[in-house]
Design a protein around this ligand. Structure first.
Ligand SMILES: [Mn+2]
Length: 493
């Protein structure tokens, strides 16, 4: 049977064959939404092929982590959503006979290669926008079903108790896992242009075929499943609509002016519970409001996009919307609870789901407390940058998001990049920098600022032009800011 991405088929089959030769497999995956879904896809595919698997997660696959993996008894190690960038180190352990690596990744490979390396970049497919780690893992899972079938390894696909032939077939050839692959791609921001492209689209088509996904044009706002209607509009920040975005009273007034039941059983209704006519009413009014308040046409187009709905999940839950699902997973990852995220992906709808929801609630509270902290205490303004030292009062894993969200608040400028420090441990300080697209157009590149300024004080860093991070030795914060201030001045000068 042909896999979803013909270019990857042959390599995927070879990787699957090698996995089927293993008595047991250690599976290592990255801790983020894409890594968690990658891990869940590969875990299920291996289990269904009756290959015993132990699944672990790492924030970073550094030399120490790889050495620890090499020290285990496992002879076969599958890496998902990382591994390509660490191939030099992995290959050393492979050459020393520690284990055979099978890699399903989409990041830029290091200067080394190995036999069982499945990466879209090796086959002319863009790993940043067309296929995620979860997508590569899905391609591997599809091949595993095929190979296991041919070699007579038991697959439990036919005995799942599924109620329809379509569902049974989809499980037997792992096409039901396409839903998780889409959550991973969305989590890695691959639907940034409003829809998934290229290889990702082929996975979507398989998921639709298998009955686990539905797609359609819909309002491109976050929270269509779970947010009360007024909050859906108020919090929508990608397209700023004056009088509605970040405006509680305005969003409410806008909805009240429409001829619509806003509550059901005393509770705010949600977008997912509206009829198609009702959705049309709100969407048209929203577009009219955007036009009348001068939102540019290009931005207005961004109000509508392709929605990816997990059709087997209950309406009104975060699991039903690929974007809300990936946010839930990221909330588990940020607090190092990969076990919880994996549990949700593997179908634990009680313990794990409740814990994930608690983590997401706490995450949102931490964000809002962090923003309040920065806004109340104020930032220190240098000539070209502004900065804030949170010490241990904001977790280093969220300090960057918080700093970005605080921009534009009272005393926090929109016209200078913001740098936020948070303690990593006694020896190291994490620095996160955030700019705006406007500043980037003027020449800001925080990636090079973070890399140069951190290296100047004995640290290291990098990232993107609009958002970047670094780690510096504790005590070097003011020295770092001096360098950063100078570098940003040169870029914007
Ligand atoms: Mn990824």
């Amino acid at each position: 049977m042909a896999g979803p991405i013909p270019e990857l088929e042959e390599r995927a089959t070879r990787c699957a064959q090698r996995l089927c030769e293993a008595d047991r497999v250690l599976l290592a995956s990255h801790i983020d939404a894409d890594g968690l879904t990658s891990g869940a896809i590969a875990t299920q595919a291996l289990e269904r092929a009756s290959i015993p698997v132990e699944t672990i997660f790492e924030k970073q696959l550094d030399d120490d982590a790889i050495a620890a993996i090499a020290a285990t008894e496992y002879d076969t190690v599958c890496f998902t959503d990382f591994g390509s960038g660490q191939l030099d180190s992995i290959a050393e352990h492979e050459d020393a006979g520690a284990f055979t690596p099978i890699i399903a990744d989409h990041h830029q490979p290091a200067d080394s290669d190995t036999e069982y390396h499945l990466n879209p970049l090796l086959f002319g497919i863009d790993g940043a926008s067309e296929l995620s780690g979860a997508g590569a893992s899905y391609v591997l899972a599809r091949a595993l079903a095929d190979v296991a079938d041919e070699t007579g390894l038991a697959t439990d696909g036919g005995t799942s108790g599924a109620t329809t032939d379509t569902a049974t077939d989809a499980r037997a050839d792992n096409r039901d896992l396409a839903a998780l692959a889409v959550v991973g791609a969305v989590g890695d921001m691959q639907a940034s242009g409003g829809k998934l492209q290229g290889a990702n689209e082929k996975i979507v088509a398989e998921g639709v075929d298998a009955g686990v996904l539905e797609t359609g044009k819909d309002l491109a706002l976050y929270g269509k499943q779970t947010r009360p209607l007024p909050k859906l509009l108020e919090y929508a920040s990608d397209v700023h609509i004056p009088g509605i975005s970040n405006n509680e009273a305005g969003a409410l007034q806008f909805l009240e002016d429409l001829d619509l039941e806003l509550k059901a059983d005393g509770e705010w209704r949600r977008w997912s519970g509206l009829t198609n006519d009702e959705k049309q009413t709100v969407a048209s009014a929203l577009v009219r409001k955007a036009v009348s308040t001068g939102v540019p046409a290009g931005k207005i187009d961004g109000l509508v996009g392709t929605a990816y709905v997990l059709s087997e999940e209950p309406v009104g839950t975060e699991l039903r919307d690929a974007s809300e699902f990936s946010t839930l997973l990221n909330a588990t990852a940020r607090y190092e609870r990969a076990d919880v995220g994996l549990g949700v992906c593997l179908g634990d709808r009680e313990g794990a789901l409740e814990q994930a929801r608690t983590l997401l609630r706490n995450h949102r509270r931490n964000l809002s407390e962090g923003i309040t902290l920065i806004t109340n205490e104020g930032v220190t303004h240098e000539e070209h940058v502004q900065w804030f030292d949170a010490g241990d009062r904001i977790r280093e894993t969220i300090v960057g998001i918080v700093a970005g969200m605080a921009m534009g608040n009272d005393g926090v400028s929109h016209s200078k990049p913001i740098f936020a420090f948070a303690a990593k441990n006694d020896e190291e300080t994490k620095v996160s920098a955030r700019g705006t697209h406007n500043l980037v157009r003027q020449g800001l590149d925080l990636s090079s600022v973070m890399s140069e300024a951190s290296q100047a004080v004995g640290g290291d860093g990098g990232g993107h032009n609009v958002a970047a991070g670094a780690t510096v030795p504790a005590g070097e914060e003011s020295e770092f800011i001096e360098h950063a201030n100078e570098l940003v001045g040169e870029q914007l000068g």
